[in-house]
Design a protein around this ligand. Sequence first.
Ligand SMILES: [Fe+2]
Length: 224
Amino acid sequence: MAAPSATLKKESLLIERMAEARMRTDDIFALLTPNAYYDRPIRERHRLIFYLGHLEAFDWNLLAGPLGLTSRAPELDKLFAFGIDPVDGGLPTDEPKDWPTIAVVEQYRRDVRSRIDEALRMQDISTSKDGYLADGTLLHVAIEHRLMHAETLAYLLHNVQVDRRSRSLRRKKTGGARRRIAVWRFLRGLRRWGRNAPRVSLDGTTNSTRSRCWCRNSRSMRCP
Ligand SMILES: [Fe+2]
């Protein structure tokens, strides 16, 4: 069998890194109880349910066009790209009832992931007419965006009420010193992991400015 080309190796590596980034953010969401998804741990930020859908909405809005995919849920693509803005420009005023159920969001996530993954499996993206897809930049952006939110979620988690955290985390948090150290190491690891992730800008250069927000810089989407 012929050895895979450098292009295929690069694509495989990016897809592998995407899967790893998803695993990391899934692990963070698994630390929450269902009720916590409708909490707003920091008053200036969205409710956590937004972030559950946001990561997939960002990937979809970024990759669907270049991959030739058509949306099945355009209203969710938009809701989880922008969130619900306050009417008067002040603090967010949306209520839990304004958001879809967890089941709806989970279905949306599964659908987005499976369709993107299938397209990436079936297509040779190196021949795409979209230069940013062909050279891997868009996949880098999706990975970077997810890792950035892993960091965001890590500090949001600090503000979630103890009884809204999963039992395993609660035990660690309220147990002995050994358990508290485990939680601290977990969150510290998330921050380090995000810091060390490779960064690529839309123009293809590496080591982009750390404070850069992909949501605001890529294709008119913003980072809430
Ligand atoms: Fe974002």
